[in-house]
Design a protein around this ligand. Structure first.
Ligand code: CA
Ligand code: CA
Length: 143
């Protein structure tokens, strides 16, 4: 199931292990998009009002400049299967006051445009950059 592409209309999506490509227009407040295991690429064009989790693996998460995050974007769900993963999270749009960008376990790269919420690298050695707003926390290296 490597490289399989899934479209996401904003409803609950959970995929089995594998390297998934998941594209979302929006993620509704009550929805969770979970890449689970494997090295996933998850991109959201609009608002993340719910939860986007990459799960285990070395994942790439991105929210486009046209989007915003008022929910949670987390690089690793901490499912304890040993696949901590080094994740890349890029939020080109705005993180609102209720938004959380979390690297979780692993050595993560977090790039955020405007942060009015929380940007936290979490465990391990993380690289973080916030262009404006609240500075990142829980990181070891500025980008
Ligand atoms: Ca994953
Ligand atoms: Ca981390």
């Amino acid at each position: 199931m490597h490289g399989q592409r899934h479209d996401c209309p904003g409803h609950l999506r959970e995929r089995p292990d594998g390297n998934d490509v998941i594209l979302c227009a929006t993620v509704d407040a009550d929805a969770t998009v979970d890449g689970l295991g494997g090295d996933d690429t998850i991109a959201v064009a609009g608002s993340v009002n719910g939860t986007v989790s990459a799960g285990a693996g070395m994942d790439h998460l991105s929210v486009f400049a046209s989007g915003s995050v008022s929910g949670v974007v987390v690089g690793d769900g901490g499912d304890g299967d040993g696949g901590d993963g080094d994740d890349h999270i890029t939020v080109a749009g705005v993180v609102t006051s209720s938004g959380d960008i979390l690297g979780g376990a692993g050595n993560d790269f977090l790039l955020v445009g405007v942060n009015n919420g929380l940007v936290n690298g979490g465990d391990s050695s993380d690289y973080c950059r916030v262009a404006s707003g609240n500075g990142p926390v829980g990181f070891e290296y500025p980008l």
